[in-house]
Design a protein around this ligand. Structure first.
Ligand code: 3PG
Length: 385
C-alpha cells in the first residue's frame, strides 16, 4: 500500500481517519491509549505543512446513547489539555472545511452522518471532496467497510495508509507470518463462541496455545469436570475437545472459585476436580498460573488476547497478573491486543515492557484470523492501479 510517509503533504488538505473511539465517562476520556497512538501521525502531517482534518467514530449511535454522549468533544478537550496542538471541533463539515495553517480540525463523530455505517457512496464522495489526500490510519476500525474507512478511499484523489495502520500491519505480520519460534498464543476472555475462529486460526500456526478466563472453563468441562456455576458454553464442548485433540493445550490443574460474582468475594483455591455446584471459577489457581508462566518463558514470540480471570476484582486478578508479568519479563517479541487486555496491562503498568500493543479489538482478532480487512484491501486495490 501507498504510505503517508512517502508523500509530500506540504500545503495539502489531508483528511486522516483515526480510531479515536475511546471510553468516555462524564465527558472525560478514561483511557487515552488510542489517542496517544494516533498523535505521531497528526504531528508528522503538521510538520510537513499539511492542512490537517481528523475524522473518527465514537461508540455506536444506534445503541441508545444520545448524540451528546457520543460527541468527540471530550477527545478534542483532551487534545487541548494534554498536547500543544491547535485544535478545534467542527460539527458542520460535509460541504467543506476551512483549515488554517497549523490548525487541526476534528470532524464530529462520523457515525452521526446518514450512510456512514452502510458505506454510502454519496457520503463517501463528500468526505473525499474535503481533501487532497486521504490517510487511513484507523487500524482499530480497518475491519469495518464504512464510508469513512472504505469508500472515501475509493473516491479521494490520493489514498494512503497512515503510520499507525502501517505499524500495526507490520508488527502483527511479523508475529503471524514469519514468527520466531516457539510461538505461544494465549487467548482468554469470557466466551469460546466469540473466539472460536481465532482459536482455530492460532491452532494452525502457534506451537502452543494457552486458554484462560471463561474460555478455559469450557475446556475444563470438556475434560469431564464439574464447573459449577462458572461461565462456560456446554454446546461448544465438542469444539473444545477437537482443539485439545489437535494440539497440546496446557491443562488447568487448579482454580480460584467464589460463590458470588462480586468485588469483595474471597477467592478460594481448589484443585480443578473439586469445584462444587454453587461455585464459580473466576481465575487460574497458582499452580496453573505458574505452569503457564513457565511456558511463556520459553517462547520467542507471544501473542496475547483476553484476560485469564475476572481481573477487575483484585481477589481474582492473580492469574492475569502472573501472565502479564511473565509476558513483560520475556525476551520474546510480544504482541497484545483487545480492550480488556490493554486494561489488564495498564492495571500493572506493564505497557513499556510489551513489544507491541495493538490499538485494535475486533480488527486485531480479524487480522489474527487471517481475514481481509476491507480498509486495507481498498488501499491495496488503489496501490495496484
Ligand atoms: C473498536 O473499538 O473495536 C473499534 O473502534 C470499532 O468499533 P465498532 O465495533 O463500533 O465498529
Amino acid at each position: 500500500i501507498l504510505k503517508m510517509t512517502e508523500l509530500d503533504l506540504a500545503g495539502k488538505r489531508v483528511l486522516i481517519r483515526q480510531d479515536l473511539n475511546v471510553p468516555v465517562k462524564d465527558g472525560v476520556v478514561t483511557s487515552d491509549a488510542r489517542i496517544r497512538a494516533s498523535l505521531p501521525t497528526i504531528k508528522a502531517a503538521l510538520k510537513q505543512g499539511a492542512k490537517v482534518m481528523i475524522m473518527s467514530h465514537l461508540g455506536r449511535p444506534t445503541e441508545g446513547e444520545t448524540a451528546a454522549e457520543l460527541s468527540l468533544l471530550p477527545v478534542v478537550n483532551y487534545l487541548k489539555e494534554k498536547t500543544d496542538l491547535n485544535v478545534r471541533l467542527s460539527t458542520d463539515y460535509l460541504d467543506g472545511v476551512d483549515v488554517k495553517d497549523g490548525e487541526v480540525v476534528v470532524l464530529e463523530n462520523v457515525r452521526f452522518n446518514v450512510g456512514e455505517s452502510k458505506d454510502d457512496e454519496t457520503l463517501a464522495k463528500k468526505y473525499a471532496a474535503l481533501c487532497d489526500i486521504y490517510v487511513m490510519d484507523a487500524f482499530g476500525t480497518a475491519h469495518r467497510a464504512q464510508a469513512s474507512t472504505h469508500s472515501v478511499g475509493v473516491f479521494a484523489p490520493v489514498a494512503c495508509g497512515g503510520p499507525l495502520l502501517v505499524g500495526e500491519l507490520d508488527a502483527l505480520g511479523k508475529a503471524l507470518h514469519n514468527p520466531k519460534r516457539p510461538l505461544v498464543a494465549i487467548v482468554g476472555g469470557s466466551k469460546v463462541s466469540t473466539k472460536l475462529t481465532v482459536l482455530d486460526a492460532l491452532s494452525k500456526i502457534a506451537d502452543q496455545l494457552i486458554v484462560g478466563g471463561g474460555i478455559s472453563n469450557t475446556f475444563i468441562a470438556a475434560r469431564g469436570y464439574n464447573v459449577g456455576r462458572s461461565l462456560h458454553e456446554a454446546n461448544l464442548i465438542p469444539e473444545a475437545k477437537r482443539l485439545m485433540d489437535s494440539l497440546d493445550i496446557p491443562e488447568t490443574v487448579d482454580v480460584r472459585v467464589g460463590k458470588h460474582f462480586n468485588e469483595s468475594e474471597p477467592a478460594v483455591i481448589k484443585d480443578v476436580s473439586e469445584v462444587q455446584d454453587d461455585e464459580e471459577i473466576m481465575d487460574y489457581g497458582p499452580q496453573t498460573a505458574e505452569n503457564v508462566a513457565a511456558i511463556l518463558k520459553g517462547a520467542k514470540t507471544i501473542l496475547w488476547n483476553g484476560p485469564c480471570g475476572v481481573f477487575e476484582f483484585d481477589n481474582f486478578a492473580k492469574g492475569t497478573e502472573v501472565v502479564a508479568r511473565a509476558i513483560a519479563a520475556s525476551d520474546a517479541f510480544s504482541i497484545a491486543g483487545g480492550g480488556d487486555t490493554l486494561a489488564a496491562i495498564d492495571k500493572w503498568n506493564l505497557s513499556d515492557q510489551i513489544s507491541y500493543i495493538s490499538t485494535g479489538g475486533g480488527a486485531f482478532l480479524e487480522f489474527v484470523e487471517g481475514k481481509e480487512l476491507p480498509a486495507v484491501a481498498m488501499l491495496e486495490a488503489r496501490a495496484a492501479k
